[in-house]
Write a protein that binds this ligand. Sequence first.
Ligand SMILES: C[C@@H](O)[C@H](NC(=O)OP(=O)(O)OC[C@H]1O[C@@H](n2cnc3c(N)ncnc32)[C@H](O)[C@@H]1O)C(=O)O
Ligand SMILES: [Fe+2]
Length: 520
Amino acid sequence: MKSGPVLGIEGTAWNLSAALFDDDLIKLVSDPYKPVQGGIHPREAAQHHASVITRVIGEVLDDGPKPVAIAFSQGPGLGPCLRIVGTAARALALSLKVPLIGVNHCVAHVEIGRFASGFDDPVVLYASGANTQVLGYLQGRYRIFGETLDIGIGNAIDKFARSQGLPHPGGPEIERLARQGSYFPLPYTVKGMDLAFSGLVSAAKDASAPLEDICYSFQETGFAMCTEVTERALSQTGKNEMILVGGVGANKRLQTMLREMCDDRGAAFSVPIPQYLGDNGAMIAYTGKIMFESGSTLPVELSRVNPSFRADQVEVTWRDEPVVSGNHEESATTRGAEAVVSFTDITATKTRVSKRYRHPELDKRLINERTRAEARLISEARRVGVRTPIIREITHDAIVMERIIGQKLKENLTPETLIETGRMIGRLHSSQIIHGDLTTCNFLVQGNKLWLIDFGLALTSSEIEHRGVDIHVLYQILESTSNDSDNLKKSFMKGYRELMPEADEILTREHEIELRGRYL
Ligand SMILES: C[C@@H](O)[C@H](NC(=O)OP(=O)(O)OC[C@H]1O[C@@H](n2cnc3c(N)ncnc32)[C@H](O)[C@@H]1O)C(=O)O
Ligand SMILES: [Fe+2]
């Protein structure tokens, strides 16, 4: 159904912006809030929005066609800011007698990226101030494959910038300074497809190197983390397109890393023009339009704003199911996100490959550390009774091991296999081993036996936190790939409790982790 122009209003944080979108952008007007000092103050930002919103909307609607619907960003974002926008949108829809559309801000970043790229079914890296997520479409929703466990990459950069007396937002200035810098190691934290940035920020604040070197190393580290989790998502979903969206997407170094990663795997890469990257009204108007055309309007009485609105809460009514080609062909080698595995009848040789997007020193360090940790912990897990392959040989970048023939747990998600999974991880955790990457591709099912592989991110720890994060990674995969995840999680817990004495404490922590990093 063709509709006509839709007005979109954005104001979740720093930018009060409105646009009119029909087949293409008709008009976009923005009035950004600039903090006098420090970062964004929610109340000040809301006052700014309130003082300019009438003029901004007026300028967009002046002399233009009348909108057929009013779209607004309903969340996530800063409560006081969201309420200003929500109130204006409601009033306007009532006075113009047109429907109201409640748009999820994160989904809007994704949709304007799809519009700008023309890609049908991309993996999305959404890197902004408050959010850092890897998303992709699956069965009627945008699933969050991985995300930051603490703060967004943009906020991480801005925090560090402020600590150095640089103006807000720090992103562009850090990017400029980084051009003159050279590399030194900073903390690199990837857990499955999740990330964490606070260790990086603290170490950068404490570093005594020249500012240019810190900026450079910060970017090399933080952006390599983002690129790695994106590559994992491409590898696991079998999708072959990728887009970068959100304010941090303006960064040329991040763009280059992602482009190199995609080129090397034969995936298509795209990033929208700058005016569509950071928060803007056009993304809300465009998303509002495709939602309107598929019938997703919002009754005024249900139009309350939602500061912690998540992308996967939105039922996507405007997309067709994509045709996923998948990477199921049987061959003598398979290529994962970070390694190539080649097989003989009885052995599997896993070789970690160098990544062009990573600084050579970081690349070498990660390959070395992970190969060594993997070999050591595969053997240790075996000793405590977890089925893992026997190791035959190790070099600096390769492990030759026994070949396990089985199906992925991904294709065998049943209550029975999940109980067994719970038992296995209970046994692993009670021996102080953390796997670090519990995706459903890393368990192999062989009759009623379960095997665990891929210990590249494994470590030893008796901390509740590490075990909680380990389980969180698995839960996220279940949520993003199955419609029966609640039951599967229950089965997992049952098995886990059987073998892990501190199970309750750890499962409670997992729940806390889930709620953390979920906006502000
Ligand atoms: C919920 C919503 O309010 C929030 N929006 C948001 O964070 O604004 P956005 O415009 O998408 O991103 C702003 C961030 O983008 C960063 N940024 C802008 N240019 C940059 C650059 N060249 N390099 C690095 N970061 C940059 C800024 O430093 C800031 O942290 C979000 O999408 O999470
Ligand atoms: Fe945003």
